[in-house]
Ligand binder design. Structure first.
Ligand code: NAD
Ligand code: UFG
Length: 338
C-alpha cells in the first residue's frame, strides 16, 4: 500500500514516516519545506535504512500535486502539510486560510480526479475552543478562537461535506492534543523557527542555554497550581495513531473523528519539574502575564481512540522529557547545524 505523506518532512510527519516504513507501507513525501528541511528526511532514511521518494512542491499548486498522482499509485494520503502557529495566524489570517484551507481543497480535488479517496487529516484539540469541562470527548461542541483553529475546523467540515456528497470517501480526522518528545535515536525532533511558541521547545532551549528564562504564562488559572494544564503526548505515540487509522480506514462507514491524547493533564510547573528530573538540568522560570487566547485546562478523554482504533498512548512524561532533551542536546541548533 502506497501512502502520500504531505508535510512529511515536518515534526509529526517525519516520525510517522518511520512507523509507516517499519509497518511495511511504501511512502512518498511531499513538502514545500516552508517549515522544514531535507535534512529531516535524510535522517529518517538513515533510521529506516531505506531511500524514500521525496518531492518538493506545494499543496496549493495543482500541477505539483497532479504530478505525484501521475507518477505514483497512491492508495491513501496522510495530510500533515499546514501552517500551525496560532499567533502568526492572528497576524496573517489570509496566509493561513490560503495555505491550510485552499491547500487542502486542491489536494482533495486532485485525489478525487485520480480516484484516491482515503485521507487521514491532522486536526487539533484547538477545535474545542475553550471547553466547558475536561476531559474532552469527541462530541464536545467545536468553536475557533483564532484563524489557525478556524482553518482546522473549516477543513473538518469540508471533508465531512465531501463524504456526504460521495460515500466512497474514507476520512479520518485526528484531533491531536500537545505533541512533544522525539524519536529515541535523538536524530529527529521538533525544530521550531526562531524563538519557540510552544512550551517544551522553550524548556529544552532554556535548559541547553540558548534562552535565559522560561516565562510561565499565568499562575492564576483554576488549576491545581494555577498554571495552564495540557495533555502532552509523545510524538511517536501520536505517529502510531496514524498507522492504526490506516488499518481501519477501508472499513469506515462515516467520517471518523478521534482524539489523540493521553487523558492526563500536566500543568506548566509539572512539566518544568518533570523535565528537570529527567534531564538533571535546571530550568529557570518566572511568572509572566497570561498569554492572550490561552485556556486553563485542555486534556482528552482518549477512550474512543482505544475503542475504534485499538490505540492508546504508551509513553509517559519521563520518556517524553528524556527524548525531547536527547534531541535538543544532540542538536542544539536543530537541523540548521548540519
Ligand atoms: P511542521 O510545521 O513541523 O510540519 C508541517 C509540514 O508541512 C512542514 O514540513 C511544512 O514545510 C509543510 N508544509 C506547510 N505548508 C505546505 C504547503 N502548502 N505545501 C507543502 N508542504 C507544506 O508541523 P507539525 O507539528 O509536524 O504539524 C503537522 C500537522 O499537525 C499540521 O497540520 C498541524 O497544524 C497539525 N497539528 C500540530 C500540532 C502541534 O502542536 N505540533 C497540534 C495539533 C495539530
Ligand atoms: N506556556 C508557557 N510559556 C511558554 C509557552 C507556553 O507558560 O513559553 C504555557 C501555555 O500558556 C500553556 C502551555 O504552556 O498553558 C502549553 O502551551 P503551548 O504553546 O505549548 O501549547 P497550546 O496548548 O497553547 O497549543 C498547542 C499548539 C496548538 C494546538 C494545541 C492543541 O500550539 O496549535 O496545542 O493541540 F492547537
Amino acid at each position: 500500500m502506497k501512502i502520500l505523506v504531505t508535510g512529511g518532512a515536518g515534526y509529526i510527519g517525519s516520525h510517522t514516516v518511520i512507523l509507516l516504513i517499519e509497518s511495511g507501507y511504501d511512502v512518498v513525501i511531499f513538502d514545500n519545506f516552508s517549515n522544514s528541511s531535507k535534512e529531516s528526511v535524510a535522517r529518517v532514511e538513515n533510521i529506516v535504512q531505506k531511500k524514500i521518494p521525496l518531492i518538493k512542491g506545494d499543496i496549493r499548486n495543482k500541477e505539483d500535486v497532479e504530478n505525484i498522482f501521475k507518477a505514483h499509485n497512491i492508495d491513501a494520503v496522510i495530510h500533515f502539510a499546514g501552517l500551525k502557529a496560532v499567533g502568526e495566524s492572528v497576524e496573517q489570517p489570509l496566509r493561513y486560510y490560503d495555505n491550510n484551507i485552499y491547500g487542502t481543497l486542491v489536494l482533495c480535488e486532485v485525489m478525487q480526479k485520480y480516484g484516491c479517496k482515503s485521507i487521514v487529516f491532522s486536526s487539533s484539540a484547538t477545535v474545542y475552543g475553550d471547553p466547558l469541562s475536561t476531559p474532552i470527548t469527541e462530541s464536545f461542541p467545536c468553536s475557533a478562537t483564532n484563524p489557525y483553529g478556524r482553518s482546522k475546523l473549516f477543513i473538518e467540515e469540508m471533508l465531512q461535506d465531501l463524504y456526504t456528497s460521495d460515500k466512497a470517501w474514507k476520512i479520518v480526522l485526528l484531533r491531536y492534543f500537545n505533541p512533544i518528545g522525539a524519536h529515541e535515536s535523538g536524530t529527529i525532533g521538533e525544530d521550531p523557527n526562531g524563538i519557540p511558541n510552544n512550551l517544551m521547545p522553550y524548556i529544552t532551549q532554556t535548559a541547553v542555554g540558548k534562552l535565559s528564562c522560561l516565562g510561565v504564562f499565568g499562575d492564576d488559572y483554576d488549576t491545581h497550581d494555577g498554571t495552564g494544564v495540557r495533555d502532552y503526548i509523545h510524538v511517536v505515540d501520536l505517529a502510531e495513531g496514524h498507522i492504526k487509522a490506516l488499518e481501519v480506514i477501508d472499513t469506515l462507514e462515516e467520517v471518523l473523528t478521534v482524539n489523540l491524547g493521553t487523558g492526563i493533564g500536566y500543568s506548566v510547573l509539572d512539566m518544568v519539574k518533570a523535565f528537570e528530573e529527567a534531564s538533571g538540568k535546571e530550568v529557570p522560570f518566572c511568572i509572566a502575564p497570561r498569554r492572550a487566547g490561552d485556556i486553563a485546562k485542555c486534556y482528552a478523554d482518549p477512550s474512543y481512540a482505544k475503542e475504534v482504533l485499538q490505540w492508546e498512548a504508551k509513553k509517559n512524561i519521563v520518556q517524553m522529557c528524556e527524548d525531547s532533551w536527547r534531541w535538543q542536546q544532540n542538536n542544539p541548533n536543530g537541523y540548521k547545524g548540519s
